[in-house]
Every structure is written in C-alpha cells, then in structure tokens.
Design a protein around this ligand. Structure first.
Ligand SMILES: Cc1cc2nc3c(=O)[nH]c(=O)nc-3n(C[C@H](O)[C@H](O)[C@H](O)COP(=O)(O)O)c2cc1C
Ligand SMILES: [Mn+2]
Length: 463
C-alpha cells in the first residue's frame, strides 16, 4: 500500500490494519483470481466468523484487491482495539460518552492519500464491486461511510448505507425510515436542491463505528465524525472535495463524490440482508456519481451481510443500551445482542437486582434505548449472557410466563424484519430473573472448582 499516513494509530487506517493483520497470521490471502459475482462471497463465507479477515488479491475485471471480514469476529476486534472482547461494548460506550461530553471536531487538511489519483472519467465498472448472494440484484457497495451536510445548518452527518450499482455512474440507495440521511434529503427536496455527499470506502473501525452510532447516541445536529476522533485519540482528518463543500476522509482508500437527485428513483433490490432474508425490491432514491478519488494502490472493502453487521450495528447498539441502563437502572451489569437475533433484534441484559421490579424496568429502558430491538431478555448475574444455552436455562427455570412476559403491540420496529411490515409490529420482553428477594430454591448448583495441577490424568485419543 502506498500513501500510508505516518504516525496514525493502527485502527485509523485500513492499509495499516491489513499489514497488522498480515503480521499476526490474521489475514487469509486469496492469490488466485476470483469472480466478483458470487465466487468472492462464496470463498469469504468459508472464513466467516473465524479469527482471520480475507484479502482477495486478484478480482476479475478490476486492478484493485478486495478486503472483507474485519468485523466478523469479536476476538479479532478486541485484539485490534487492545481490549478483552467482552469489554468492547463498554469501551465503545466510553468513547461515545467522552465525545458527547467533549466533542473533538474533525479537521480539514490540505490533502491526503485519498487524493493521490482522481479518475479521468466516472465508470463504476473499474471498481471491484462484488455481487454477494444468489438472488442479489447486482453489485453493491455496502461498507462505505456516507458523509453529508444538513442543507440548513451545514452540520455533518455520517452513516452507512447499501448502494446498488445501476449504471456507469448511477447508484440506487436504501435509506431506512428515521435515518438522518432521510432528514437531510427531505430538507434538500424542500429546497429543490440535490443532496451532495461523499461515499468513503476502505476506512478503519473508529470511523466505521462513528458512522454506525445510532441516532439515540448521536442525535441529529451533532457531527458524529468526532466519535472517530475519540477512537483514534486525535482529530479525524478530512480533505475538501472538488465539486461541493462536503468533505472526504483523507485516509480512505476510495472516495466518491455523489449527489442524490430529489424525486428521482430507481428499482433497488433484492439484496441479502443481515436478517437472513432478501430486502424487497422497491423504487429508491437515485444517486449520481460525479467523481472518483482514490489512493494509488487502494484496497476495496466489502461486507458480507451477517456477522460483520452483527458486530458493528449490534456492538454500537449494545454500547448505547449499556450506557443508558447504567444511568437509569441500578444493578445492570452487562448487555449482549445475540447473533441468533441478527445482532440487533434480541438484547440479553444481565442484572444484579437490588429491589423487586427492576428487571421489568430494565426491559422497558432497553427497548427505549434502541428502537430496532424486537426482544429483550433480562437474566440474573449468575447467567452467562453470551451463551445461548445458559440464557435458555434461565428462561426454562426462572421465567414465569404468566407474569414475566411483556408484549407491546403496534410499536415501531426495524422495517427489514419481516414481522415489522412498514416498520410496525409487536415486541416481547422476557423477565427471566429469579423472584426478588431470592429464595434458596433458585440458588444455582455448582461444583467446586478443582485444579488439575499435579493430578495424574490419562485422556486417551478417541479411536
Ligand atoms: C454494514 C452496514 C450496512 C448498513 N446498511 C444500511 C442501509 O442500507 N440503510 C440504512 O438506512 N442503514 C444502514 N445501516 C445502518 C446505519 O448506517 C446506522 O443506523 C447509522 O447509525 C445511521 O446513521 P444516522 O444515525 O446518522 O441516521 C448499515 C450499517 C452497517 C454497519
Ligand atoms: Mn446521524
């Protein structure tokens, strides 16, 4: 990788991250040429969830390599951030809290690696944009950070959206209900203006997490790029665009200068989503790509829907729930968004109850802290919230279905979840904690821990 910024913390720059992974045996290198249509995703799927990310060195039809898998293992993420994996939500919550209390604004610098090359003409076909799942409508950008500005106030917003390639310089974008990008687009439309934005591809997890920070943590009107500054320990660097006043990320691998044309739409979908289902086909906003900037030897980043999204949207959701609960509900210890729950539909909350009724209080506060959640299960502090078997044990032995289940009807949820057509459905909370005060019949049986030091044991091979 040329153009590597010097003195930048590892997590700030994808090029440095790829070298770091390589040195530690955490990078699978696919040296043979792969087809970006289906084959790339099929090979990546073999490594999904494992301790290594994957670099595809040769991708048919493009001179640029493709990288995937940075987020599919919490063990890998924990090592990258230098934190035990179970403490990641707490670490993320602390960085966001520090940013809320003392924002560190990004700085605009004169130039950066992303400006090494500006393509003469916009032709999206030169980029190695993969087509992942069998029924996906075509190639998709799904790992780029969208930076735009509120057309009224000029305050920046950052987010991640999926984009289907629908022409040489055209994309169709999916903006879920309630996103800040939707608000910015509505404001631009009201002024009969286009909405300019930059699509920054190939960035580090500090910026990725900043963009994925939910609205509950980073309300509209705050420049959430500052969260990346907190993760990096120094201000995030941006560079000016050539066509509009919306900046690009100085250390990105690629930055596309784009605009959304108000009122213009194009069929978008199907696309294999994080739910394990295909997103529906519908007319969605059309985007014009006006200019492509890149490093001289860039790496394109893609995300296979699944574990990578569980550990980005999900981890950020966990961090927000944890921060809210620790303020509002005494005794809350930990939160986990289970992967069986698509990473952000089912929260498991651990509480050391101090008083009867607080487990239900935790249920309600959790739903309020992260609207996409559909299910919340609250367990005691002797239950391992990251072990689905242990959580089921608590439900099987401690949940009183008559009094411990809370159902809320007609409530806003995540539109990608097929049980929330048009973003409306029902949610369920399970209080799987012991009755308070605890009685001996709910004391968990345990064997006394024993040491194997100095014990002569013969464990045979199984034949
Ligand atoms: C890999 C990935 C893909 C995502 N795809 C979309 C998408 O297609 N549409 C969308 O509205 N949100 C998507 N999200 C979620 C938003 O980026 C996220 O909720 C973000 O906080 C929205 O920004 P906002 O709070 O400024 O509205 C995606 C998140 C990730 C991590
Ligand atoms: Mn926002």
């Amino acid at each position: 990788m040329t153009g590597k910024p010097s003195g930048v913390p590892v997590i700030a720059d994808l090029g440095t991250i790829i070298e770091w992974l390589d040195q530690r045996g955490r990078l699978v290198r696919v040296r043979s040429e792969v087809d970006p249509v289906h084959q790339l995703a099929g090979v990546a799927a073999k490594f999904e969830g494992g301790p290594r990310a994957v670099l595809f060195e040769k991708v048919r039809g493009s001179p640029f390599p493709v990288f995937t898998g940075l987020y599919w293992s919490r063990a890998l993420l924990g090592e990258l951030f230098g934190k035990p994996e179970a403490s990641l939500p707490q670490h993320v919550a602390e960085c966001i809290r520090d940013w809320q209390q003392q924002p560190v604004a990004p700085v605009v610098v004169r130039t950066g690696p992303v400006k090494e090359v500006t393509e003469e003409q916009v032709d999206l076909a030169v980029l190695p944009v993969p087509t992942h799942a069998e029924l996906d409508a075509g190639p998709y950008f799904d790992a780029g950070v969208v930076i735009t500005k509120d057309p009224e106030t000029g305050i920046r917003n950052a987010s991640i959206q999926r984009f289907q390639v629908v022409g040489k310089d055209r994309l169709a974008i999916n903006i879920d209900a309630g996103r800040h990008l939707e608000l910015c687009l509505a404001k631009a439309t009201a002024r009969t203006q286009t909405l300019p934005f930059t699509l920054n591809i190939g960035v580090g997890p500090g910026l990725h997490f900043a963009a994925a920070a939910p609205a509950e943590a980073a309300p509209f009107g705050t420049d959430e790029l500052g969260i990346a500054s907190r993760f990096h320990g120094r201000p995030l660097e941006l560079v000016a665009s050539s066509l509009t006043d919306v900046e690009m990320v100085a250390d990105a691998m690629f930055a596309l200068e784009c605009e959304i044309m108000p009122g213009e739409v194009h069929a978008e979908g199907p696309f294999a989503e994080v739910t394990g289902y295909y997103a529906t086909v519908a007319p969605r906003p059309l985007v014009r790509v006006r200019r492509i900037h890149r490093r001289s030897r860039p790496v394109f980043q893609t995300i296979i829907s699944g574990g990578e999204v569980f550990n980005s949207v999900g981890l950020l959701g966990e961090a927000n729930v944890l921060a809210m609960l620790q303020k509002q509900v005494p005794g809350v210890r930990d939160v986990y968004f289970s992967h069986g729950g698509c990473g952000f539909y089912h929260a498991v909350v651990q509480i050391a109850q101090k008083r009867a009724g607080w487990a239900k209080q935790a249920l309600m506060a959790t739903f309020a802290a992260f609207p996409p959640l559909k299910m919340v299960t609250v367990v005691d502090d002797d239950v391992d919230i990251r072990n689905p078997g242990d959580v089921e044990w608590a439900m099987a032995t401690r949940l009183d279905p008559k009094h411990g289940i809370l159902v809320v009807d007609n409530v806003f949820g995540h539109g990608l979840n097929p049980t929330f057509p048009d973003y409306l459905g029902s949610k369920v909370g399970f209080d799987a904690t012991r009755p308070f005060p605890h009685t001996p019949n709910f004391t968990r049986a345990r064997v006394k821990p024993a040491s194997l030091d100095g014990v002569d044991i013969d464990v045979p091979e199984i034949r």
